[in-house]
Design a protein around this ligand. Sequence first.
Ligand SMILES: [Zn+2]
Ligand SMILES: [Zn+2]
Length: 213
Amino acid sequence: MQVERVEVQIAPGFIENCYIISDAPDATGVIVVDPGAQPRKILKALNKRKVDYIVLTHAHYDHIGALSALARKTGAGVVAHALDAEAISNPSIRGITVPHILKKPAPVTWAVEDGDIITVGSGQLRVIHTPGHTIGSMCLYDEAGHILIAGDTLFYGAVGRTDLPTGDATQQCESLCKLAALPDETMVHPGHEEDTSIGRERRYGFLGFVKAV
Ligand SMILES: [Zn+2]
Ligand SMILES: [Zn+2]
């Protein structure tokens, strides 16, 4: 699977990683993960490719700010975990989104759960429910290609904060245990900052302190 990063600016000095995922460089059907801002920049990177789904790793405003514009332009289905779907469709609840950025939120059309498969061309991304940063946080795992789209659950040398609404430190630890069970060679593409790998985070990061399950 091909993972293209589009860095979008949420605020000065605050960058979020949006990803375009396809099963080949010239693939016509792609998915977009976490369009946080700058819909025009994302559309330019798409270069007229058809978007099958827009997938949100969680409901925070820095991951969904360009959702409504992109959903309108592409007509793509909107995918999120069932437990964050309501906060995405109705951003005024829970206070975990910034409503003025989302005047007309796009409703979630497919509320997924742990183990669901999102098809990308001939490839597959499996949903891993990783609550802790938010209750409906999820990662996307391409087992064949050793790729993990991690949202704000796992970063290079860090893990997602748990002090925001619906965050939970105990759940975050359990979620990191799930990720620690993935193969070392798994490339991790996080919602902010640089890529890492499961092996690196097990050796030098927080995954070295949790027990793989
Ligand atoms: Zn977040
Ligand atoms: Zn974020």
